[in-house]
Design a protein around this ligand. Structure first.
Ligand code: GLC
Length: 476
């Protein structure tokens, strides 16, 4: 099957979050399964400064963004066996960040049309174009609305995956004609209207042949009023074509028995000793003292979605008990401040690294006892799966993919439980659960059993990739 993945991020070229991991890990898995897959990305400025890849210039072509005539320069590169096409236009992508610009609507409209023209240009007509999130949500729409009898993508199928429903690609209604050159009636009759604006994400939901999100529970949440950020009605219209498929993680990159970012590799047999040795290294590196009590860690974007308010309540209570805390991440100013404040209250116990550091992240996963992830909402979540693989027990709020991947210990299920969990988004529940994890830490046979269960959790992409292929093939 010929598959094109079209997205605004893909690891290792462009990544700000889980979306980037998913796009490439899933594509690589398709490669392994013998499918023909390409990934299409904007050629962001930052990619040009990486030493990972040296893209080759292929050619260029015109792109009409409604009345604007723009030029797309096309590059191609292979990374880890995966073929990437990179679309360049300096005006749109010669910037220091992927998103957050006043003209994001126009930048991704350009990218959308550039993708529409790409496939004939490279002579690769996909059976399926799989688009991700709002940035390319309009691609199915502009392709279907192109009624030209020679439209090369006439029989191509579209799948949209929703990774984050909080980003809906909301644009003033004028953008429908001004950016997309589409007729007004598509707004007036409600097709593309959402919250009285144009929503590129809604457009994807309406026009794609199939819609997916990244866990079964999140699929359910998206059909409810409370959990869908307004998308429930439109998704309920498409309920027969809407499925949940849980993400995996790259089990080669995240493998405690081989990981060369950590000094003491380990497996199901020697994890106790080796994790402890990694902990010593981490503490030395971060200049804190081992209190002999459990280490709670956080590797996350420091944003409201990730439940930061709850995280800091738990950290404060655990630090008061003398536990060690390690925080790695960056994000909203108030949470970075809270992290610093916590560190200054407990300088011997708490370490904070504001920013991103891949090597340190691996070491934290390998060295910790508990991993905090009490998200407000979490379509899938990757951190909890990495933590489990490294034998670090996640403490999660049971929402979205956190609910589907972590089995919370309730005092009876020691044979299967892989972490700790609670339901209501509430400080009391968070602290109660952290205390529950802390209390169980001292029961060594139980702790070892839970760690083994967690390490055995199957987070490989294989099953999910097969589910996607089955979905692609079911479209007629
Ligand atoms: C988004 C979601 C996260 C998910 C990721 C990849 O970042 O917030 O839950 O794991 O996309 O699908």
């Amino acid at each position: 099957m010929k598959i094109a993945m079209v997205a605004s991020e893909a690891f290792p070229l462009a990544k700000t979050g889980g979306l980037g991991d998913v796009v490439s890990a899933l594509s690589k898995e398709f490669n392994k399964l013998g499918e023909e897959v390409i990934v299409v990305l904007p050629y962001y400025e930052s990619i040009k400064h990486q030493a990972i890849a040296y893209p080759q210039y292929i050619g260029e072509y015109d792109v009409n963004v409604s009345w604007r005539k723009e030029r797309a320069q096309l590059y191609k590169v292979k990374v880890d066996g995966l073929t990437f096409y990179l679309i360049d236009n300096y005006k749109y992508f010669g910037r220091n960040s992927f998103y957050g610009h006043f003209d994001d609507g126009e930048r991704f409209a350009f990218f959308t049309f550039a993708c529409k023209n790409l496939f004939a240009y490279i002579n690769f007509i996909p059976d399926v174009i799989h688009v991700h999130d709002w940035q390319v949500g309009m691609l199915p729409c502009v392709t279907r609305e192109d009624k030209h009898p020679m439209n090369p993508l006439k029989s191509t199928k579209f799948v949209l995956t929703i990774h984050n429903p909080a980003f809906q690609g909301l644009l003033p209604r004028e953008c429908l004609s001004d950016l997309y050159g589409l007729p007004e009636y598509l707004f007036e009759n409600g097709t593309l209207r959402f919250k009285d604006q144009l929503s590129t994400l809604k457009a994807g939901i309406i026009y794609a042949d199939k819609i997916t999100t990244v866990s079964m529970t999140h699929r359910y949440e998206l059909t409810t009023e409370e959990g869908s950020m307004g998308l429930n009605n439109v998704l309920n219209l498409r309920q027969d074509d809407f499925v949940g498929i849980l993400n995996g993680i790259d089990v080669e990159e995240f493998d405690p028995s081989k990981d060369d970012h950590i000094e003491f590799n380990y497996n199901l047999v020697n994890f106790v000793k080796q994790k402890e040795a990694n902990k010593e290294i981490l503490f030395n590196e971060l200049n804190i003292k081992n209190s002999g009590k459990p280490l709670f860690s956080l590797v996350s974007r420091l944003t409201w979605q990730k439940g930061m308010d709850l995280v800091f309540s738990a950290c404060y209570e655990m630090a008061k008990k003398g536990c060690n805390i390690v925080i790695l991440g960056s994000g909203e100013y108030q949470y970075e401040q809270m992290a610093e404040q916590l560190r200054s209250m407990f300088p011997d116990l708490v370490a904070v690294y504001i920013g991103y550091n891949n090597e340190l992240a691996h070491l934290i996963y390998a060295a910790s006892d508990f991993f905090l992830m009490p998200s407000l909402f979490e379509p899938c979540g990757i951190g909890q799966m990495i933590a489990m693989r490294y034998g670090t027990l996640p403490i999660v709020r049971r929402t979205g993919g956190l609910k589907d991947s972590v089995e919370a210990y309730d005092g009876t299920n020691e044979k299967t439980a892989t972490g700790f969990g609670f339901d209501p988004y509430d400080h009391y529940e968070m602290v109660r659960t952290a205390n529950w994890a802390y209390d169980n830490y001292w029961n060594v046979p139980l702790r070892k059993q839970l760690i083994k269960n967690a390490m055995k959790y199957n987070s490989s992409w294989n099953k999910s990739a097969k589910a996607y292929l089955k979905l692609y093939k079911s479209i007629n």
